[in-house]
Design a protein around this ligand. Sequence first.
Ligand code: CUA
Length: 183
Amino acid sequence: MKVDLYERIWMIGTGAMLTLFFSVIAYEAVAMGRMPPSHIETIDPKKVLSDDRFNPQGVRVGSDGAVHAHVVGLMFTWLPGELTLPAGTPVTFHLSSIDVTHGYQIVRTNAQTMVIPGYVSQFTSTFDAGEYLIVCNEYCGVGHHTMFAKLHVVPADQWQAPAAGGMTPAPRPADTTGASHDH
Ligand code: CUA
């Protein structure tokens, strides 16, 4: 069969691109644990802060010993602003927003999801010990670039699990009313 030179170039080029793109997706899925979200759970965005899935925010340990992190996004912060988690342990994150869509990304890990008002996003990830920056990667307003949090991952035997049935206290936003309780 005679194929025109230019047609041959386009066929080979297109085939090479498809092969490259598929290889990248396959590599990320297998070697880096990347996957599309598959969890659908709804919530009233006006009631997130009083819902017991997010009140209080922070780390919880289930009766089966599984570690969960409950995080709320709002313009322009993550609650809690700091998380401490055990290394080498699968942690399931539950996230929701009380206002607009945010993007939760733990930099240098495969932990990333959109955080959409009305929905509870969920993913499970395992971390190496270290300090990680958490950013918002979805443009959400004028303070978008200031929306960040910190993740501390400590060796599992040094990690302090929250008391049974309880939760680690979640840092609250600083009191900006100006009232001082010192005197
Ligand atoms: Cu929240 Cu960008």
